[in-house]
Structures are given as C-alpha cells and as structure tokens.
Design a protein around this ligand. Sequence first.
Ligand code: TYD
Length: 216
Amino acid sequence: MFVTFEGIEGSGKSTAARLLVDYLQERDFDPLLTKEPGGCPLGRTLRHILLDARGQSVSSRAELFLFLADRAQHTAEIIRPALEAGQIVLCDRYADSTLAYQGYGRGLDTEFLRRLNDAATGGLVPDITLFLDVPVPCGLMRAGQRNKEAGTVVSEGRFESESLIFHKRVQEGYHALVKEEPERFAVIDASQPAEDVALQCLSAVEKALRQRGSVL
Ligand code: TYD
C-alpha cells in the first residue's frame, strides 16, 4: 500500500511519518519510509539545488522539472520495487506537493502538472494521502523554530523564505485537492500534539488497510 504525507511547512509530516513507522512495526508490518525531494541518490543531488536559498536562480519551470526528475527516479528506483515486494510505502511529499506548490503556489497550470506527474510516475497514485492540516501562521512558526534549532536558516530555506501569501495559496491549493478527491485524502488535525497527530494517521491507514482486506 502506498501512503503519502502532504501539508505546508511545519505541519509535522516528518515526525508523524516516523511515529507511524514505529506503530506499524509494532504491528508486524515492515514499512518503508522515504521522502521527496531526495529519496534516492539522484534525488539527494537535486534536493541541494532545489532547496538552496543561496544558489543560482531557478525559474518556476526549471524548478518543476527538477522535482519531476526526482520523482521519476524515486518512483522507479525506490517506491515501485518496495510496493512490488509487498511493503507499505510511506512517502513524505509526492505528486500533490507539485500541484500545491508549483500549481497553486507558483501559478503553473494544474492540468498541465497532472499530466507531467502522470508521465513522471507512470501513473502511480497513492492509495491514501494523509493531509496534515495546520493554520499557516502556526506551521511557519514551527518551521522557523525547527530551522533555528537545526541551524539551517539559510541553506535549506528557499521555500520557507517565501511570503505568507505564497504559503496561504499552497494551503488553499491543498484544500482544493482534498475537495476534488475526498476518498483518497484523509484530513488530519495537525495542530494537535505529535503523538495525537500520529495516532490519527494510524487510524486512517488502518481503515485503508481494512478496506483492502489486510487486517491490522
Ligand atoms: P523539505 O525540507 O523536505 O520540507 P518539508 O519538511 O516541509 O517537507 O523541503 C521540501 C520543499 O520542497 C517544501 O518546501 C515543498 C517543496 N516541494 C515543492 O515545491 N514541490 C514538490 O513537488 C515537492 C516534492 C516539494
């Protein structure tokens, strides 16, 4: 089963994903946790270019194709083989990030982006997408705090240094995507403490597994 995590900066995806791995392992599953950008060797090289706030200028279209190159390689090299081996794959960001950030955030046409996502992934769509919903100011505050603690204020800050309005457009984009595909998305209240957020994720995944006849 293919599970993706989506949400704005500071929504707590990475923490929730790590806790969900523990919960699934306790239940005798062998999940694979991965992320975009940077879930495969080529992607880690691309990630530096994509997130470096001090690097050379990158146009919206160039940025788009770098994310798609990362996704194409990651899907072929990591995600598909794990799914074929029967693993639950948990991916921190995937194709919906492109729709939310490059589409709603940067203003590229979302139908065009859907076709490109499809081409990059060979049509691989998540079984369930956990959307961690948090108010934009709260997410940005958490992300700023995290960067300060990690000392990554500048080098990994290209998106975090975008305006509040940009992040609001991204958030509105996610809400529109949830409305379009309510059966694929599970909306998680990410303003709760991390443990609660992870438990909400677990119950959404449990429900999806039950629907597929895999007992948890
Ligand atoms: P990352 O440090 O992984 O951020 P987060 O912890 O918020 O997931 O950085 C990924 C950044 O790249 C994030 O700001 C969202 C952005 N992004 C896109 O704009 N388009 C995409 O397709 C993907 C996968 C990520």
